[in-house]
Design a protein around this ligand. Structure first.
Ligand SMILES: [Zn+2]
Ligand SMILES: [Zn+2]
Length: 234
């Protein structure tokens, strides 16, 4: 046992020497995000209407936008910009998966829930936005699933992969070209499942097109309310 610990220590030291990590915020060596930079991330939450971006207290879709939205609410932890620290973290997670980056997101989720646990109280099931099979094969993981698992542990709700991306499962012929590109890549995989309020999880919400499409599929399968959750919102 002692030998094993010694070996893993040596391996960790070698890894640190061969692949040193620099803070994505300030370039200081040692961590993906140093304590100083982490302390500067605003974790109080981003609550905008999913359609028109009007700010409000819980991310609810405003009445006039409801006909255009399958998402009842959109909740995010922090503001997304390609070049801000959160944007760099999301990019780092996608392109070089590291458990340490997931740990930073877990800390962000903790910080957010301290302020905003109440906004997730209605949830009874957590569903990650699915990754296309080819992407999954390239990357080896679905970052939305990893985030959904962290949330599930923290708020004590089950996580189920109810959706998949598959271009051949829906009737493409009935859709326009744009709808086909946007819409047909998702399908419901478990029609026996019943849930009132689903938390749909992704890493980032930019145009909202993917989340809206997933929400549409969930609702057409009997889910009553869909709340989008992303670490960051553009
Ligand atoms: Zn830093
Ligand atoms: Zn609106």
């Amino acid at each position: 046992m002692a030998t094993k610990t010694a070996v893993s220590k040596i391996l960790q030291i070698s890894k640190d020497c061969l692949f040193p990590i620099f803070c994505l915020g300030c370039d200081k060596e040692g961590e993906w995000v140093c304590a100083d930079c982490f302390g500067k991330i605003d974790l109080r939450g981003v609550f905008y209407c999913p359609v028109c971006y009007r700010p409000n207290g819980n991310g609810a879709c405003c009445a006039v936008c409801q006909p255009q939205s399958c998402l009842d609410r959109a909740v995010a932890i922090a503001v997304y910009q390609e070049e801000n620290l959160v944007g760099k973290l999301i990019k780092a997670l996608k392109y070089n998966y590291a458990e340490e980056i997931i740990a930073v997101f877990a800390k962000m989720i903790d910080g957010f829930l301290i302020h905003q646990l109440g906004v997730l109280s209605e949830i009874d099931l957590i569903v990650p936005v699915p990754l296309h099979r080819r992407r999954f094969a390239e990357r080896g993981f679905n970052q939305a699933r990893l985030l959904a698992d962290i949330l599930g542990q923290k708020i004590g709700r089950p996580v189920v992969d109810l959706l998949k991306r598959d271009r051949y499962t829906l009737q493409q012929a009935k859709l326009s070209r744009e709808e086909r590109q946007l819409n047909v890549h998702h399908a419901f995989v478990n029609s026996d499942f019943r849930a009132n309020a689903v938390l749909l999880v992704d890493d980032v919400f930019t145009t909202g097109a993917t989340m809206q499409e997933c929400a549409r599929v969930l609702k057409s399968s009997g889910v009553k309310r869909v709340i989008g959750f992303s670490v960051a919102r553009g």
